[in-house]
Structure formats: structure tokens, C-alpha cells
Write a protein that binds this ligand. Sequence first.
Ligand code: PRP
Length: 214
Amino acid sequence: MTITLALSKGRIFDETLPLLAAAGIEVLEDPEKSRKLILPTNRPDVQVVLVRATDVPTYVEYGGADLGVTGKDTLIEHGGGGLYQPLDLNIARCRVSVAVRHDFDYAHAVRQGARLKAATKYTSIARDFFAAKGVHVDLIKLYGSMELAPLTGLADTIVDLVSTGNTLKANRLVEVERIMDISARLVVNQAALKLKREPIRRIIDAFASAIPKD
Ligand code: PRP
């Protein structure tokens, strides 16, 4: 019985390694060097598949992977339906924020009843946030480089992930509101949880014991 874990390259992969180590699992290839999409581990019954961050919930939902690690942001946009979400792993922490050009009058732009153009990859989060304020928002869906949108006149604001704030600073954008804190979650396929109960439980318990403290 093979256990398949879906991860995305970068912070999620790197910060999941210590949790895997706690479960006695060591990934045998470096995704930054290898072109392989299925990475073997020291355990013959465990493999890691590398997918796009936004695809992790989809892989786990439909059983392409038994477990996955995904950001809360990605999970909200996916909807989370059909996924068992046993753990907040407290890794890959950042926040979703609203940012504007340094010379944009945001306070004026978000008064109730106003209309605003927002560019984002996170359309559900942005829609809910501005709806709660009573601001009409025209959402422009982007897939990356959100910071360009206010600089080119494509949008008034962006809703994007902020970690160190360096990307905003480098593009002379200002963070004007924090919408929510983000961290990565462990997600599990519901059928796999029943069919592969013991090995999956062991991984969940090991991850739980190794969650970094604040
Ligand atoms: C994210 C986000 C920002 C950047 C913020 O991009 O979209 O561009 O990180 O980080 P900072 O505050 O530390 O500068 P990511 O690198 O995840 O790639 P993406 O553009 O594909 O989202």
C-alpha cells in the first residue's frame, strides 16, 4: 500500500521536510535539481508528488494523492470540499493583504458604496473582504506578478500574499490592510483515510508532534 503526499516546490516543500523527518520519512531527491515529478523517499511505501501549489487540494480531493500540504489561502480559493483537514502545520506563514501605490488614496477609495478595481489571484478572499465593507469591487483575476497591476493602471489595488514585505517595497507599494494570516495545512483524502487508516494516522500523529511553535 503506497502513500502519496502532494507538495509544491519552494517554501512548502522546504518547511515540510522537518515534519516528514519526524515521521521517519526522508525525500531522496532535491526538487530544485531533479526534473522528476515523483520523488522517492527512504520508505518504499511513501512517495512525494510535486504539483503546482494551487493544484494540491485538487490532487488530494480526487485521490491523485492521499495527503497534501497546502496554504490556507489556496484552500479557501479551492473551497476545501471533500478534504479532511486535521492539522494547521504553522509553517510557510505569511498574510493576505491589500496593497496600493504609495500615492493612492485608499481611505477615500474604500468608503461604503464606492467602486474599486482589485487585481488578485485570490478572488474569493478579495470578494468576501470588500463585500463585508460594502465596497463594490471589480475583480481582475491574475496568476502572478500582481504588484504590476497598480503600477500599470490595470487596477487600483491588489490582494496578495505578503511575507517580508520586500516585494511591495521594491515596487513602491504600500500594505494598507491585512486581511488574514496564512499558514500551511495538512489535507487528507477522505477515502484514503479509511482505506489506509494506520499509515496515514501515523503520519498525522508524527506531523502533529513536530509542528513548530510560534
Ligand atoms: C509571493 C507574493 C509576493 C511575494 C511576497 O509570491 O505573491 O509576490 O511572495 O513575499 P515578500 O513579502 O517576502 O516579498 P511567490 O514568490 O509565492 O510567487 P507567486 O507570484 O507565484 O505568488
